[in-house]
Design a protein around this ligand. Structure first.
Ligand code: GUN
Length: 293
């Protein structure tokens, strides 16, 4: 029997409608959540990602601005732009679309975003706090995967989760979240020897390696949940994940499509983090304005 599709787009629509209610509440206190997205160069994929983030912000009622800088922009110019956004009270969340051009020090740039505006959750303080289970913000893609599992009723505790990918954006925080929820977690990468032997033990298989076709149907345990985080454009223009969808859906119980699986969940989590940042800011203002007793 073919697997049931985990419809991330539908779940994200539902989350976005819940977020609208939080935005309405904030607007009654004179606060509109604001997101600033910084993009360097004109990579078509990055442009689409940033466009989608800004589009969903508008749908949910957020203010957003996009700062497009030249691909050869000096690091000092980018750092100055981020300093200004850190101080801008209209902006509650800041993201710099990754990857950055090679002449830039990604760590220095990402770490220059104020920790309370770090809605990507990439600041070392947020990542460190994630290890201990108490981050201000959780990275959006892994949080999107967890939310998709939760909202579709797929249990995590006590199950064997295999993560393929070791990036700071997805693989590492994904493993931490799964550990925090009581899964037994194995972290692999595209060079792991005998990968199929490990993936066939996965009750939950999360694939985030950026390699189309890395996971074939035979690598999937019958009845598993397969979460495909990859987004790859083939030479023929088709968008595919890292998993051979046709093969895997013959064995899995649940599977995410690409597109329409994890992607919309990532954007919903970014908007959620930005609304949360604005709520924290509004609460701090209220506290500051309260008369001392
Ligand atoms: N590039 C790929 N995924 C992400 C993400 O979640 N945030 C940012 N800023 N860049 C990305």
């Amino acid at each position: 029997m073919a697997a049931i599709l985990l419809d991330g787009a539908a779940v994200a629509r539902h989350i976005n409608s819940e977020l609208k209610q939080r935005v309405t509440k904030l607007s009654k206190r004179g606060v509109q959540p604001g997101l600033a997205a910084v993009q360097l160069g004109d990579n078509p994929a990055a442009r689409i990602y940033v466009h989608n983030k800004v589009r969903v912000c508008a749908e949910v009622g957020l203010y957003s601005e996009v700062h497009r800088l030249d691909a050869d922009c000096p690091e000092r110019v980018l750092l100055t732009a981020l300093d200004k956004l850190n101080l801008n009270s209209r902006i509650h969340g800041i993201i710099v679309q990754l990857p950055l051009p090679r002449h830039l020090d990604t760590a220095r740039i990402v770490q220059s975003i104020a920790v309370d505006k770090d809605v990507d959750g990439f600041n070392w303080r947020n990542l460190g706090a994630l290890v201990d289970g108490h981050p201000l913000f959780v990275p959006c893609t892994p949080q999107g995967v967890m939310t998709l599992l939760d909202r579709t009723g797929i249990p995590v505790e006590g199950r064997h989760a295999v993560v393929i990918g070791r990036s700071g954006i997805v693989g590492k925080p994904m493993a931490l979240l799964l550990i925090g929820r009581g899964a037994t977690v194995t972290v692999c990468n595209s060079k792991t020897p005998n990968l199929a032997h490990i993936t066939r033990q996965a009750d939950i298989l999360v694939v985030a390696a950026g390699r189309p076709g890395l996971v074939s149907g035979e690598m999937v345990k019958p009845g598993a949940t397969v979460i495909d985080v990859g987004i790859n454009r083939l030479p023929n223009g088709k968008l595919v994940g890292d998993v051979d969808f046709e093969g895997a859906q013959q064995r899995a119980a649940y599977i995410t499509p690409v597109p329409g699986g994890v992607g919309p969940m990532t954007v919903a989590m970014l908007v959620d983090n930005t609304v949360t940042a604005a709520e924290r800011c509004a609460a701090a203002q209220l506290l500051a304005a309260a008369p001392a007793s």
